[in-house]
Ligand binder design. Structure first.
Ligand code: IMP
Ligand code: MG
Length: 186
């Protein structure tokens, strides 16, 4: 395990999820998605920026005809707790009416971002809508939200890496770890 990057010093020593565990789980999720959507054409929507690494890894494992689109949503600012305010910063390029849409997200925490998105895309006439998230923090759910596919259930701790950020940093770590509280308490 190569952990020579200096920014790993800001994480707790024990990684929460290693790159090898992520890669194996991504393959399993892709296989499940392939089975469920066999014979259909998917529109896969990446929620920027956090889901980007998961998204690029996942779509390359899905052996189905698909198109991609991107959306950027803000709900957090630089704090580690949800503001409850969801805003579209960048909208989809193409209409999704009549499409089978799969939303790719990094983590479901309070559930507010995705419940907003789900309602928003369904109101545009998507034929079907499912959610795949790499991480799920069920303890922090504030609104009911069903996730169709999830990679890992994690405890109520603030994690970074593999796309997940704190104050826009740490997205480039290949593994997922828990940020030392002193990093955001200072
Ligand atoms: P929700 O609307 O509370 O479900 O928030 C989802 C968004 O919050 C995710 O897309 C992340 O950007 C952010 N988030 C929630 N928990 C974490 C975490 O532990 N680390 C980094 N970002 C997080
Ligand atoms: Mg995010």
């Amino acid at each position: 395990m190569e952990q020579s990057k200096r920014i790993y010093a800001d994480l707790r020593d024990e990684l929460l999820i290693t790159r090898e565990q992520i890669a194996a789980r991504v393959k399993e999720l892709a296989a499940q998605i392939e089975r469920d959507y066999a014979g259909r054409e998917l529109t896969v929507v990446c929620i920027l920026k956090g889901a980007a690494p998961f998204f690029v890894d996942l779509i390359r494992e899905i052996d189905l005809p698909l198109t991609v689109d991107f959306m950027a949503i803000s709900s957090y600012g630089s704090a580690t707790k949800s503001s409850g305010v969801v805003r579209i910063l960048k909208d989809l390029d193409k209409p999704v009416n009549g499409k089978d849409v799969l939303i790719v997200e990094d983590i479901v925490d309070s559930g507010m971002t995705l419940s907003f998105l789900k309602e928003n895309l369904l109101s545009r006439g998507a034929a079907s809508l499912r959610i795949v998230t790499l991480l799920d923090k069920p303890e922090r759910r504030r609104v009911p939200l069903s996730v169709d596919y999830f990679g890992f259930t994690i405890p109520d701790e603030f994690v970074v890496g593999y796309g997940l950020d704190y104050d826009e940093k740490y997205r480039n770590l290949p593994d997922i770890g828990v940020l030392k509280p002193e990093v955001y308490e200072k």
